[in-house]
Ligand binder design. Structure first.
Ligand code: 13P
Ligand code: SF4
Length: 361
């Protein structure tokens, strides 16, 4: 093959081509592992150029994917914005299925690929379009704000989407726009509870949960405080409200990243998916990452091997029925068009107003 990377050997050419990437991951990937990853990374990066493809990689991808082949990396909001801006012909979503659907909804003319169709999400599978139609019948006249962690079918029934980075801003915007004091925020119960503690808008919530974040417990935080009294503890808003109340800061994966990179804590605990710490570490050389983390089995289905396969065979294409995509696009685009918040959402107020009730459907 013309680029010389056809065979997956760790040749001097591969080593030279991937040397700057090795510098980013060498604290988290062993030299032996790199000899396996580097030839694939070189080949994938060359295929992207040949095929005019980009890879959108979520913060929960393993470091060899995130730093090795991701063209755009970030949280759900950042990736949705990048998908909308991209002029590539092919988008490979290194993330889960709802993210690929969001990219397709925003870019109907592009080919959107997901390397493993089984990369789902417990939040996205907690609710259907029919459920949302029933909720709307039960609460007529109230705006429906939907977390991006949902299928396109659910987004299509929705007024506006949000992510964990902008949920408070979107809920307040919707209440003002509709002239109401109650907003439906679905499907993540914990995100809804954590947003409720940040705003005077009353929240009606669904009982969906992230299987990764719901498993964290206040006991995890108490243990960390005892063992590492100086450590700063950051938690994702998909965690239970008591976990957020016990943490020092909470925010989306992008907000956690910004916190660590700008505040440079000596020791930090990231109460979220395990790859988060591995990926931030490259930009936070003076920080020690400690403490518990949980793996997302869906995110972990994406590997360098299946990304390579996806580019070679142009599989697995994610499609969304055009009329449904059009309706879902309105909800996602409305979110994207809101001005970015001056600061990423902070959930510190959870401490002051701990346990604000939501109406759970
Ligand atoms: P954010 O990257 O938007 O914080 O979301 C985390 C997540 O669980 C995505 O699946
Ligand atoms: Fe879904 Fe949670 Fe995995 Fe994100 S981390 S994809 S919300 S199950």
């Amino acid at each position: 093959m013309a680029d010389g990377f056809a065979r997956f050997d760790f040749t001097p050419e591969v080593e030279a081509a991937t040397a700057p990437l090795w510098e980013r991951v060498k604290g988290r990937v062993t030299p032996l592992e790199w000899q396996v990853h580097a030839p694939l990374i070189a080949r994938i990066n060359s295929l992207k150029r040949e095929k005019n493809a980009v890879i959108l990689a979520h913060n929960y991808m393993t470091p060899e994917i995130f730093h090795g082949v991701g063209d755009y990396v970030g949280d759900s909001l950042g990736l949705a914005r990048e998908a909308a801006r991209s002029d590539a012909k092919i988008i490979v979503q290194a993330g889960v299925h709802f993210m690929a659907e969001t990219s397709k909804v925003l870019c109907p003319d592009k080919t959107v690929l997901i390397p493993d169709l089984r990369a789902g999400c417990s939040l996205a599978s907690s609710i259907t379009g029919a459920d949302v139609r029933l909720i709307k019948q039960r609460y007529p006249g109230l705006p429906v704000v939907t977390y991006v962690n949902t299928t396109a079918e659910v987004k299509a029934e929705t007024d506006i989407c949000c992510t964990s980075a902008n949920a408070v801003q979107v809920v307040e915007w919707a209440a003002k726009e509709w002239g109401v004091d109650r907003v439906i925020l679905i499907p993540d119960e914990f995100l809804a509870r954590n947003v409720a503690a940040q705003t005077d808008v009353k929240i009606i919530a669904w009982h969906g949960r992230c299987e990764v974040h719901e498993r964290f417990d206040v006991a995890d935080i108490a243990e960390m405080r005892l063992a590492y009294p100086g450590a700063e503890i950051l938690a994702h808003p998909e965690c239970p409200e008591e976990v957020l109340a016990a943490a020092d800061f909470a925010g989306s994966t992008a907000a956690m990243n910004d916190y660590v990179v700008t505040r440079k804590p000596k020791q930090v605990v990231l109460i979220t998916e395990c790859s988060m710490a591995s990926n931030v570490a490259a930009d936070a050389p003076g920080t020690e990452f400690i403490g518990p983390c949980n793996l997302c089995p869906h995110m972990k289905r994406i590997t360098l091997e299946n990304i390579h396969e996806a580019l070679v065979k142009e599989q697995f294409e994610v499609t969304v029925e055009p009329a449904l995509a059009g309706r879902a696009r309105l909800a996602v685009q409305r979110m994207i068009d809101l001005p970015p918040p001056a600061q990423p959402a902070r959930y510190d107020l959870v401490k002051a107003r701990h346990h604000v009730d939501v109406e759970l459907i």
